[in-house]
Design a binder for this molecule. Structure first.
Ligand code: HPA
Length: 273
């Protein structure tokens, strides 16, 4: 057994010893977006520090625990807090939980994040369904020898985000009168927010929102054969001169304010799968 497969098995065995839930879907909750946790019934919460080989996250606003339970009757696993490359973790550490959730049995992964807006039509607090991404992170999570038992050497990335889930989320949002944009997410390393010139550049190359997470998780999820849905909460607007000072507090506050809308869409999506 390869080292990675052994680590995945250790983590999965431990989690299965703590909860009888066999999740069909995984959910990653971004900064300030942890409110969905209270929707999970009969939950078991496992601090990341208890799980073999799991990194422990450091950023304020990230609670750092894995939650297993049911949502609308469906068995789910949720990550409250995620790992970012800028924290100093390797890409293998950043994406290790995706491997573990796959081994626990999930087939679908729902991802949320806070992101900076670069589309003139966006306002703070808006939601954006990610329809595609541009990877500007400096390292690739699949770099190195490939273990064919985990996925192919050269994964296709022509449709990383499930068209069916995007369509369903659009219907759910419309039925609830929630406005949603659809757009392209640019993944960067951070931890600096972007300069004005960088926001402009990323918009010119086709980006609508920018953030410091998600892309490595999506790549590994696609490698593992998972169906992926991802949504950004626009927490700041980088392209407007007068609004260009961005703080982490502002990001968390805007994310929390928009969180009920995102939670509604995720809850209904879970019910539909
Ligand atoms: N840039 C990068 N990451 C972010 C931003 C941003 O403007 N807002 C929230 N996360």
């Amino acid at each position: 057994m390869s080292d990675l497969l052994k680590k995945i098995a250790d983590a999965t065995d431990y989690i299965s010893s703590r909860s009888g839930i066999r999740p069909v879907a995984g959910i990653i909750l971004g900064s300030g977006l942890g409110g969905l946790v209270s929707d999970i019934a009969d939950r078991t919460e496992i601090p990341y520090g208890d799980i073999p080989h799991f990194p422990v996250s450091t950023v304020e606003g990230h609670h750092g625990r894995l939650i297993l339970g049911t949502m609308k009757g469906r068995p789910v696993v949720a990550m409250a807090g995620r790992f970012h490359y800028y924290e100093g973790f390797s890409m293998q550490q950043v994406t290790f939980p995706i491997r573990v959730m796959k081994a626990l049995g999930i087939e679908t992964l729902l991802i949320s994040n806070a992101a900076g807006g670069m589309n003139a039509a966006f306002s703070v607090g808006d939601l954006m369904i990610i329809r595609d991404h541009i990877n500007l992170q400096p390292e690739h999570p699949l770099r190195g020898p490939n273990d064919d038992r985990l996925g192919p050497r050269f994964p296709d990335m022509s449709e990383p985000y499930s068209k069916a889930l995007i369509a369903k989320a659009g219907e759910i949002a419309a039925a609830a009168n929630i406005a949603v944009h659809t757009g392209v997410y640019v993944g960067v390393q951070g931890p600096t927010f972007e300069t004005r010139a960088e926001y402009k550049f990323m918009h010119i190359i086709g980006g609508d929102a920018v953030g410091m997470s998600t892309v490595p998780e999506v790549i590994v999820a696609v490698h593992a054969g998972l169906k992926v849905f991802a949504m950004s909460v626009i927490t700041d607007i980088g392209i407007r001169e007068e609004e260009n000072v961005i703080t982490h507090e502002e990001v968390l506050q805007a994310a929390s304010a928009a969180e009920p809308k995102l939670t509604h869409i995720f809850r209904e999506l879970i019910e539909s799968i």
